[in-house]
Design a protein around this ligand. Sequence first.
Ligand SMILES: C[S@@+](CC[C@H](N)C(=O)[O-])C[C@H]1O[C@@H](n2cnc3c(N)ncnc32)[C@H](O)[C@@H]1O
Length: 387
Amino acid sequence: MTDKKQQVVNPEALRALFEKKGIDAGEAALEETLKELDALVAEKIRVQKNKNRIVKNDSEKEQEKATEVLSKAQIEKLPKWVRDQLKDSVVIGSSKQVIQTPDGKKYHLGNTLNELPGGEWTFFLNSVINTRYPTSGPESYAHSIRKIHPSPKPPQLMRQIIEFFTKENEIVFDYFMGVGGTLLGASLCNRRALGIDLNRDYIKTYQEASDELGLAPQTAILGDSIKLLSKGESEIHKFLNGEKISLVLIDPPYGDMMSRPKTGEAAKKKLDSAPTPYTDSEDDLGNMDLESFFPIFNQSVESAAKLLKDKGHVVVFIKDLQPNGENTNLLHARMIEDLNKIEGLQYLGMKIWADQGVNLYPYGYPYSFVSNQIHQYILIFRKRDGK
Ligand SMILES: C[S@@+](CC[C@H](N)C(=O)[O-])C[C@H]1O[C@@H](n2cnc3c(N)ncnc32)[C@H](O)[C@@H]1O
């Protein structure tokens, strides 16, 4: 039985709701739902208590009106969300480095990386992002259009990453843009972006999605990013016009993963048995075997890093392949080692995105363990000063 002291949801109300929806789930399912709801409420209470404690602590700190303490130059550098509330904001603490807006959010005046309130900075440091993004309705960000691509990234996930590694109006570069998860994410938070893809249809689809969402389209170049990055003068340089990139955010195709015909359970059940190459071009990194892929990919990151500002970031999405008898296929580990060897680039750590929207298949059943890899690695590198 659920612990009565903790129970906040009325079991009879829940039972009536189940009945109304025509669900005969039984007592065990009812108990489980009650436990989950109670845990959710307990977590909300814990978070709110924590917030109340912080507000109380802050109210006991030294406070001065922001408009009276900050210089004109300091005010100009503030993010828009702080400037918009400036007249009701205060500078707290004796160091006079933290500004607090009336909704309790804090911004550090010495923040050189992004425009996030302190709480959101901390939230992003969680090494796991666990999500189930909708694929229909407004929160799907035109997924119905973007789904012509075999693996479109959710724009709201890309936005979160962009917001951590850039300030407003800075430049984001995705040279494997697909149908534009990164470019849409950049538009959603007022950053400029440049994308490249080999496939004309993907770029067209990105532009349609942008239009559908009422976002101004970012610059998208049709072409082979490997060739474009290796040229001294290219459309990339034309776009940059001497400016530097703050964030290279890429989700590369790797080592004929998409083009290899699916085998095993997925194929047997015709779940997604057709090979799904991004393009049939031999320039497509998705059509190369791993041994050809890695040197070309590493070289592309080295070239892209040269376009980064000092302390700019390279963020790469990668999944492992299934291990086989000969190879552990830990692509993420190999990529970390390889990219960390690029002069001037330093590996900072990773986040793991668990995509709960991925279907689970009974791979290996009933003989062997075969993992359903629903997660992707988000590898984070930073350019060292002066490199
Ligand atoms: C994993 S997908 C990226 C998906 C993207 N993040 C999105 O949200 O749609 C990789 C993309 O790289 C593109 N691609 C592969 N090789 C390329 C190359 N040499 N130059 C430019 N694009 C390439 C493929 O066409 C594919 O769309």
